[in-house]
Design a protein around this ligand. Structure first.
Ligand code: PAF
Length: 278
């Protein structure tokens, strides 16, 4: 497995082989969700590169950039064991050298939900992913559906900027009790961790109601809210039922596939999850 530190080194790696290249951008502290993306990429491409970069521009001033969990040695071991061909490990100074002033803004789909809760977040995500794409020139790039809005922002950016890259969405990987895997789950106390599966139980209850024919957006949001409010350690940040494609909030009845997404806070930790209703 090659370990690369600069855009030039990653580009040289990519251009050393004309076959397909899969790319999995991550912020490290890898879990089974990331490894599922890597394995899918390995199965679908001649070679696979994974990037590990905790991107400062997608964190707000009061967010967890400095305490975001990091374990480079373990990450490298897991990627080597998975059979990944290259790991890209840039430094902040390589990605954003002095004088850096260029940012990518995706309108529309960046608004609402996480875009409102975390101003500037998607500008940071789109910027870093475009830079990573430029260095890696992948055939396909793999992203989890847990970050549903991120996936739509990056899909839009890829279309709008004519990038010849296939964005491959991958299903959410969950713990046995239903909690969506996330590097941030490590912040939870044992009590919060034991309570957190309420999120997926609430989402499933709404999906069951949807399958039984319920299409009233308020009723579906209220059902989820009531389930979450029954858990004393959980505090709702937002619950959204939005058009699956545009992410515009649905008022009245849903007539097209919808994305039910939410953020629930346990202490200071924000847990993001969603379920697609179609
Ligand atoms: O999903 C993530 O881990 C990050 O937002 C990404 C796509 C690696 C960009 O920093």
């Amino acid at each position: 497995m090659e370990i690369l530190h600069t855009p030039a080194a990653l580009r040289a790696w990519r251009r050393s082989d004309p076959g397909s290249a899969g790319f999995v951008p991550t912020m490290g502290y890898l879990h089974e969700g990331h490894l599922t993306l890597a394995r899918r990429s390995l199965a679908e491409n001649a070679r696979t590169a994974v990037s590990i970069f905790v991107n400062p521009t997608q964190f707000g001033p009061n967010e967890d950039f400095t305490r975001y969990p990091r374990d480079e040695e373990r990450d490298l071991r897991l990627l080597r064991e998975a059979g990944v061909h290259a790991v890209y490990f840039p430094t902040p100074a390589t990605m954003y050298p002095e004088g850096y002033q260029t940012y990518v803004t995706v309108d529309g789909v960046s608004r609402g939900l996480e875009g409102d809760a975390r101003p500037g977040h998607f500008r940071g995500v789109a910027t870093v992913v475009l830079k990573l794409f430029n260095a890696c020139e992948p055939t396909r790039a793999y992203f989890g559906r847990k970050d549903a809005q991120q996936l739509r922002v990056l899909r839009r950016m890829t279309i709008d900027l004519d990038l010849p890259i296939e964005i491959v969405p991958c299903d959410i990987v969950r713990e046995a009790d239903g909690l969506a895997m996330s590097s941030r789950n490590v912040y939870l106390t044992p009590e919060q961790r034991a309570a957190a599966p309420v999120i997926y139980r609430a989402l499933r209850a709404a999906r069951d109601r949807w399958s039984a024919g319920e299409r009233d957006a308020s009723a579906l949001r209220e059902l989820v809210a009531a389930r979450i409010q029954a858990e004393p350690l959980a505090a709702i940040d937002y619950i959204s039922l939005a058009d699956d494609d545009t992410l515009e909030e649905i008022e009245g009845r849903a007539v097209r596939p919808a994305l039910l997404s939410l953020v629930v806070k346990f202490g200071a930790t924000r847990l993001l999850d969603n379920i697609e209703l179609d």
